[in-house]
Write a protein that binds this ligand. Structure first.
Ligand SMILES: Cc1cc2nc3c(=O)[nH]c(=O)nc-3n(C[C@H](O)[C@H](O)[C@H](O)COP(=O)(O)O)c2cc1C
Length: 186
């Protein structure tokens, strides 16, 4: 297996991080991998907001939990009510990926950017987790002040986010993959 395939295979969602910040050059390489993702008709309809301010990351988590507690969705509500839960698992870096609201493919293109960043992080032995939950806050009425504080551009909507940091534990076991999901026609 080459190094790229190893990074794809070894990547796991990391939910425990060391408090130490990742290096600027590592962050830059990860963002670069996101920016070089494919996008429909090469529109690159994304914006990346990097947050390394612990106070803001914690307030975003608290804001999400407040919304989650009011949710009709029992699965989401449970996270809001869990005192120990942190939406970014106390990761020292968070990348919020927002998409151009006028672009029909923004969600797909931003997902491609996220996946590139997760694989790039793994290749640098940095833990990552794709965090969709934060959109509940940032796309809500209550999230508007945060959107302003974060400087998410006008016309862009929060789509995905990535938690990043050095791994507290080395996870290797992937959740089982479904079987019979490939047809070969030769
Ligand atoms: C669109 C999307 C949203 C996700 N949102 C969250 C999230 O909010 N919180 C979380 O802990 N994991 C989230 N995940 C990670 C998945 O739970 C994880 O990828 C899945 O359980 C498989 O585990 P693995 O990443 O270790 O292979 C998300 C993944 C995707 C693709």
């Amino acid at each position: 297996m080459n190094e790229t395939l190893k990074s794809i295979r070894n990547r796991r969602s990391t939910r425990s991080y060391l408090p130490e910040q990742i290096k600027d050059e590592e962050l830059k390489a990860i963002i670069d991998a996101g920016i070089y993702a494919p996008s429909a008709t090469n529109k690159q309809p994304w914006h990346f907001t990097v947050v390394q301010n612990k106070d803001l990351i914690d307030r975003l988590s608290d804001g999400f939990k407040e919304i989650a507690r009011k949710s009709d969705n029992e699965y989401v509500k449970k996270y809001g009510e869990n005192e120990k839960f942190h939406v970014f698992y106390n990761a020292p870096t968070v990348i919020l990926v927002s998409g151009d609201e006028s672009n029909n493919y923004a969600s797909v293109d931003c997902a491609a950017a996220v996946e590139n960043m997760l694989i790039a992080a793994e290749s640098l032995e940095i833990g990552s987790c794709w965090v969709g939950f934060i959109a509940y806050l940032l796309n809500s009425e209550e999230g508007k002040e945060f959107v302003k504080e974060l400087g998410i551009p006008e016309g862009f909507k929060q789509i995905h986010s990535v938690a990043l940091g050095y791994k507290k534990f080395n996870l290797t076991k992937a959740p089982a993959r479904k079987e019979n999901i490939v047809n070969y026609i030769k």
